[in-house]
Design a protein around this ligand. Structure first.
Ligand SMILES: [Cu+2]
Length: 664
């Protein structure tokens, strides 16, 4: 064929496809340089299973490192344990798509425990597809064992996001993965700061324990177990736990993650924290500074730092300039707060092309991860030249009406652990908290002294079947003293569609010090305020400071995020315009805190504002026997039951008569 024929054929081909439906691509075939208005349909199959680390699929791993890279082999940090997986991978399959693509994920629940599941697309706003948000018992029914559920939504907002299970403890055990939505070059805020933005430079980090999550959770809540992770993983990999923090660090049995770069180029890295416990992680790269450019999909003015801290549910994008001599360098991850208790730490390798395949020099203890210099997003530090809280970032995202002087609705939300007899863990009569020794006392992580229970049907589309009195909040509880008495309900805040909403989230920290990374579904909020006022604080103190005009707010260029920490003895103020109707989860992203009730639902709009779901969308709820059939006729079972009763009585009478006769 001559070149003219090829050109004609290409033009015909292009014309044939113009105006056609979206073309379908499966799995990684959707990865490509993004172009404006060239959306695709990106299809994935997720098979959820109970699995194990270091299975037979691993052959000689960890002693033969090459075997650790075999299909279905999950070495993790070399500790054998049960895990939950998607497609026998840890993390699960990464989704890399372009802004505007339609994402279709068929989730198949093959979990051996028989439990229900749901998958949340953390960071995706779900305008018009609220029922695809993936929160079991809020936006959908759990995907029952042995069934499948197809998620289908548009990747409308770009950024480094992730996906994870949103029921039970499943995300603690491995059901999570990266979800990156890239922009066409012409729309990219920081174009020019880097040459490469590659899928292989996605860094998913998570804290990691030695057993299945619900085992640790039950041990912690009911007995003397702790909630302090032992280890950290990077893209599912990690140095064998026993060798970190020891003198002999030459025996690296389980492989660590390696990121390749070419000297002279600048790379965009995307860091995602899938941590599930109270595990803020300080990240740094030996002999490199990093240029921070975005968080949770919200771009901000670039800032050079030596390290940054990432809290559970947060994401940070940075540019790494590969300007150092060709060599290997440690990427260090240092677990703080509860991860610091057992010095949980991990490393990965930054390898310049041309460098030998070997470990970098330098020890890798937990202490080594405490990088000096400028630190973005510090744990419990007031702002100064060294410590830069996220409230100091200058956003490149326009705030619009959300930043008007006075919000339409304002809520004070006090976060703390409270000493109350929660009947699930402290029986009022048998083992009240007052009779339990201190190390065994279960304190309740609550918002405004209220614990969240999930409704028995998803309110997003079965709202009319739920009694209004299942909902409560601080206001409606009125005279009840929830500081002494355990208060639980479907904790709900209601706002009107279009309201500008302000949350003043207070880290009271009177009973237990714990930074709570708060995540909102369906929105990105602007972080307009954040500060520490003392070791501890209270709602009353923060309210008074606010009334006196002493809570500073940046209403000009605050950073846009969907997850933000609340410092101990301080507060964080966020703003958003409630233009997305629905029932949206707002919760602490520490799984052990959420599972025990540290969350609430934001109801935006009334029932008539809620989007319609497909007519055959799965429904669920409580059920009790009634004597009516679905067609309204009487159920005859009761009558036949009565005749069985009568026959039994007759038999007893006959037997009794015979016994009397025989005994005579
Ligand atoms: Cu929390």
């Amino acid at each position: 064929m001559d070149s003219a024929s090829v050109v004609i054929l290409c033009i015909c081909f292009a014309l044939c496809y113009a105006g056609r439906e979206l073309r379908t691509y499966r799995n990684s075939s959707c990865i490509r340089p993004c172009e404006i208005n060239q959306p695709r349909e990106c299809v994935y199959e997720f098979d959820l299973e109970l699995y194990f680390t270091l299975t037979k699929a691993c052959y000689g791993c960890p002693f033969n490192t090459t075997d650790c890279f075999r299909p279905h082999c999950i070495p993790a940090d070399g500790v054998p344990r049960g895990i939950l997986v998607v497609n026998r991978m840890l993390p699960g399959p990464a989704i890399h798509v372009c802004e505007g693509d339609t994402v279709i994920v068929n989730v198949v629940n093959d979990l051996a425990g028989g439990e229900g599941t749901s998958i949340h697309w953390h960071g995706i706003l779900q305008h018009g597809s609220q029922h695809m948000d993936g929160v079991g018992m809020v936006t959908q029914c759990p995907i029952q064992a042995e069934t499948s559920f197809e998620y289908r939504f548009i990747a409308e907002n770009p950024g480094s996001h992730f996906w994870h299970a949103h029921l039970g403890m499943q995300r603690t055990d491995g059901i999570f993965g990266a979800f990156v939505v890239r922009q066409a070059d012409g729309n990219e805020d920081h174009l020019g700061l880097y040459e490469e933005d590659l899928p292989e430079h996605t860094i998913v980090i998570n804290d990691w324990i030695g057993e299945i999550g619900i085992e640790r959770y039950a041990h912690y809540q009911h007995s003397d177990g702790d909630d302090e992770p032992e280890s950290i993983l990077v893209n599912g990999k990690g140095m064998y736990r026993e060798f970190v923090n020891t003198v002999d660090q030459t025996k690296v049995y389980t492989p660590v993650e390696v990121f390749h770069v070419t000297r002279g180029k600048r790379y965009r890295f995307r860091v995602i924290s899938a941590a599930t416990m109270n595990c803020p992680i300080q990240v740094s790269v030996d002999e490199h500074t990093v240029t921070m450019i975005a968080s949770d999909g919200g771009a901000f003015e670039k800032i050079d730092v030596d390290s940054f801290t990432i809290f559970a549910g947060e994401r940070y994008d940075f540019v790494l300039n590969a300007s150092m001599p060709v060599d290997n360098y440690w990427i260090r991850l240092r677990g703080l707060a509860d991860c610091g208790e057992k010095k949980a730490t991990q490393v990965a390798i930054l390898r310049y092309n041309g460098a030998q395949s070997k470990n970098p020099s330098g020890t890798i203890t937990w202490e080594d991860g405490d990088r000096e210099g400028k630190l973005l997003n510090p744990l419990n530090k007031k702002a100064n030249d060294t410590y830069i809280p996220v409230v100091n970032l200058k956003s490149l995202v326009a705030g619009g009406d959300a930043l008007k002087a006075v919000p339409d609705k304002k809520f004070y939300l006090a976060m703390d652990f409270n000493k109350v007899d929660n009947y699930y863990y402290q029986h009022e009569t048998y083992y009240p908290i007052s009779a339990t020794k201190q190390s065994l006392q279960t304190y309740m992580p609550q918002i405004n002294r209220v614990s969240l229970t999930l409704p028995h049907s998803p309110p997003l589309y079965q709202h009319e079947e739920l009694d209004e009195n299942i909902y409560c909040n601080y206001e409606t509880l009125g005279s009840r003293n929830c500081s002494r008495e355990f208060c639980e309900c479907v904790h709900r805040l209601k706002v009107d569609l279009g309201d500008v909403v302000e949350f003043i989230i207070i880290g009271e920290s009177v009973n237990i010090q714990a930074n709570h990374p708060m995540h909102i579904h369906g929105y990105r909020f602007f972080v307009v305020g954040m500060d520490i006022v003392g070791e501890t604080t209270s709602m009353e103190e923060i309210k008074q400071l606010d009334n006196e005009g002493r809570l500073a707010r940046n209403l000009v260029d605050p950073v846009a995020k969907d997850t933000v920490t609340v410092p101990d003895g301080g507060y964080t103020i966020v703003r958003f315009q409630a233009n997305n109707p629905g029932f949206w989860f707002f919760h602490c992203h520490i799984q052990f805190h959420l599972s025990i009730g540290m969350g609430l639902l934001v109801q935006v709009g009334e029932a008539e504002n809620m989007p319609r779901v497909p007519h055959d969308f799965p429904r669920c709820g409580n059920w009790k026997f009634t004597d009516k059939r679905s067609d309204g006729s009487e159920n005859k079972k009761c009558t036949s039951g009565a005749s069985v009763f009568a026959s039994t009585q007759l038999m007893i009478l006959v037997v009794a008569t015979m016994q009397t006769y025989l005994s005579q």
